[in-house]
Write a protein that binds this ligand. Sequence first.
Ligand code: AMP
Length: 287
Amino acid sequence: MKVARTIKEVREQVTEWKKQGLTVGLVPTMGYLHEGHASLVDKAVSMCDRVVASDFVNPTQFGPNEDLESYPRDFEHDCRLLEEHGCDMVFYPSVDEMYPDGGGKTDTYVEILDDMPKQLCGKTRPIHFRGVCTVVAKLFNIVLPDKAFFGQKDAQQLAIIKRMVRDMSYGIEIVGCPIVREEDGLAKSSRNTYLNEEERKAALVLSKAVFAGKKMVQDGERSADKLVEAMKEIISKEPMAKIDYVSAVSGRDMSTLKVLEGEILVAMAVYIGKTRLIDNFMMEVEK
Ligand code: AMP
């Protein structure tokens, strides 16, 4: 697997592949990779001739009091995992390579101006999705992939990227991939590493609420308020958990639902101690 640290190296390699008529898949990540990321690489390998993963902790998507500095990193481990899963090139740029003005800052952003990025995680992370769209747009311009792969674990991010691709006329197919979980149900996340033993047990309350919520909808519940209340009740039984939000929204535009119909997204963010974790389920509910 090739390790590219500069934009120039990526461009040269991708140009070479395209000359050979090969298709290119992109898997954007922030590193500290686990089986969730690996599933995206597997999907990309199955759908594209060549696969590029990016490994970059993007400063513009972190708010001032968030975990940019402490975000876990282990590039050697990442390389091993990517190579094992058939990735052809990892793009591992410095902050200055991605943001040439220095200090991880930029004056040019890609931002969706309607309500979509203001819902759910956007309520407590107001600049987050502007940073995500900006870095993903840059990665699209650098790699020029045919397809790009994102996890449904970050369901709002996936919907926002699809919207950005439509609005900015990127000719890139966005492929959503299912949530990969630990055996006991906890959604895999680089941030799980922040949890101590006691918190790790308490964190199970997220998936417990997700599974219970999903069953309620499958069993016919159509009131969004009742569903959200029931899920909040499950979470609040865990003393270490503090709810940021539990919401039932339209899977397309993130608008709040009263009636659970159509493509629904039921998403949550919950603090376990100081660690903010997210989980969700999506369903197509017949009208
Ligand atoms: P991150 O490194 O957390 O920015 O995640 C990079 C990509 O991996 C995003 O598209 C995430 O949605 C995806 N991802 C992270 N965790 C999981 C998981 N447990 N299952 C599936 N995809 C995931």
